[in-house]
Design a protein. Sequence first.
Lengths: 223, 223
Amino acid sequence: MESTQLLDILGNKNRRKILQLLSSRPCYVGEITERIGLGAKAVLGHLDMLEQIGMIRADTNERRRKYYQITKNLKLEVFVSPYSYTVETSTVHQHPTEDGIEEPFPVRAGDAKAADALKELNRKLLELESRRRGLAEQQRNIEGKMTDVMAQCIDWLHEVAQNYMEADILMTLIKEPQNRRSLSMNMGLPEYFIEPHIQSLIERGVLHERHINNRQLLTLIDG
Amino acid sequence: MESTQLLDILGNKNRRKILQLLSSRPCYVGEITERIGLGAKAVLGHLDMLEQIGMIRADTNERRRKYYQITKNLKLEVFVSPYSYTVETSTVHQHPTEDGIEEPFPVRAGDAKAADALKELNRKLLELESRRRGLAEQQRNIEGKMTDVMAQCIDWLHEVAQNYMEADILMTLIKEPQNRRSLSMNMGLPEYFIEPHIQSLIERGVLHERHINNRQLLTLIDG
């Protein structure tokens, strides 16, 4: 799924509520309208949209009642700063379950045994959550450092660029080496418009064309 | 800033374009309308909205031309799966730099030394980016494991919960121990509605009330 699609989806309060509700368990349409406090027609519209992009799926139970469930494990990350705007969507892969924990289900255990198993899983979950938080913290730290470095880049850009267009080209390539086409897409400007500036930057030894991972890319970094 | 505000902001294509543009450098209103390809009135409406929630700031240069720049370092993370829906916004801290960004910069002469400095900073930036990616990968890995554990929790929940309401309460508390008020808010249901179920779960030894970080929380995990 594209990040822009996901942002469009999440930009609506009621769709967020629906996803939150379905993330606790699969729900019938009636339950959804009741909990969201919205008319059936509006709810069905949102459900349709979510189904069409493949975020949720509809099934019917043995009594032909329709219910919905989330089908994806999606992670969306947006970072906005004075120097960067990045949006990434990735699929989180569920692993085949590890060691002994998985039991071919439902073994009708007693209430007490099930409660113990649940407790144990809960401990594990909270431990994973604390590791996740630790990594997120480290990541934010690095993102802070990256923002610093970008701020310093801006200072030097003033010395190197001979006009705004060159400055924009360099700032885009500093963030990620890329070819002319993706540069033109990222800058929202036609290739013929940026080409003379690229040529000038190459001639002055500021930009280089290099083969990186089998692709011919523009970058500030030479050999 | 609240995550819901940020999602509302990012749910609009043109606001995303504006943020992307301003993330390359501060811009005058004229530049923005030109690059976004939208009428001045619409652009000003979006800029107003972004300014009001404090994401961008307007300044005027010595010729009284108004320009905008991004003022925040924000990170938004959304995770959606069949078992969880989490949205987190955090501020990424930049280390203080001597001079922040000023107005759209005046262009100065080219300089070979500046190009070298820029190259060096670019190397640093790409190295930080690769570390960031590594951490993001590890984090997704853990999120995958968490999804696994939640799937297992669901299996056992069926054995423990005597009705849907109990199942919903347990699933919410498995993700995060919390008090009655936040539980009722998260579930979108009044406290008096969930209280009898909480009582029953406590009496059956499934739920516990514990002091954690000076707060009285409901949790599945005992002592």
